[in-house]
Design a protein around this ligand. Sequence first.
Ligand SMILES: [Zn+2]
Ligand SMILES: [Zn+2]
Length: 360
Amino acid sequence: MRIPKKMQAIVYRAKNDLRVETVPVPSIKANELLVKVAVCGICPTDIKKIHYGTLPPPRIFGHETAGTIVKVGATVKGFSVGQRVGLHHHVPCLTCHACRHHAFAQCPTYKKTGITAGFEPAGGGYAEYVRVMDFVLPGVVPIPKKNSMVEGAMLEPVNTVLKAVKLLKLLKGDTVLVAGQGPIGLLFTKILTLNGMKVIGSDLLEARLVFAKDWGAQWTIRADAATFTDRVRQITKVNGGLDAAIIAVPSDAALAQAQQLLRGGGEILLFAHTKRGAISQQDLSTICVDEKQLLGSYSSDFLLQKEVAQLVFSRKLDVRNLVTHQFPLDETDQAVDLAAHPKPESLKIVVNQELNHSWT
Ligand SMILES: [Zn+2]
Ligand SMILES: [Zn+2]
């Protein structure tokens, strides 16, 4: 396979400054892979880094990546040129203290980014080629023939959601509030219902409540409805409140509201409160006396890779419906902008290098 020397990439040069540039195609070591990128999802964590300028430039972002292997390092076993694969940019060592406690996201190896298109490794999916380093090779997942690159690119976000759901001590038939019905909230709604839970979906956007119904929510309520609390209380009366609430929006008001509506011993899971330094007031007795547990979850769980691949590739969880907008590589800035300022009808947005034109 002929590999060019130069490629197009979207380089983050400063806060809110993404540029289409020509950069060298990364070279690989004997224990690494080179992948030609097909699809890369736009993830809120990338948007934050770009909009808040939290990391020093230059970087090439994009970590929900799927593509085709175009070069296999001499000592790499088990992969071949032409294979279509989904990538994980973080993989834990499985042996350190954090890993032995199953806290993979806190593992020092996991925190290193193992995929790059150049500069400081930052995922690299918004480029034509990425270098896949040795320590993330266990996170390279083959995409079956019948599945699309878009599906391959969704393995990582689906994994983060499944990981979070598994943290909750739920029983079949439990009622769970999912606050926020964007792409991630909808994945929560679907995965919970597939596991036998009943979901109340809430969002400020009416259109998202319609999506929530399609994705399995039994009830939907506008987050700003005056009757919100009454309705949730009524739905959950038999069991004394919500069994769990997933806060998939960075909203303290949503958290406070969910805490009130939770039954004693229930669980709240924070999934979108990723901004450091945000202080929130808590009545700690609700945690200590009422045992309303407050949990967090971040990033993916390596041990769930197989289960996630099975869920997505069997289309038991059909992620294709989640992708509403696709952009070519040189319009990545527009893709990021739309993801940052979602329209009622926009859900997951991806950069797809196999497209000739953007479609909206
Ligand atoms: Zn992501
Ligand atoms: Zn580790």
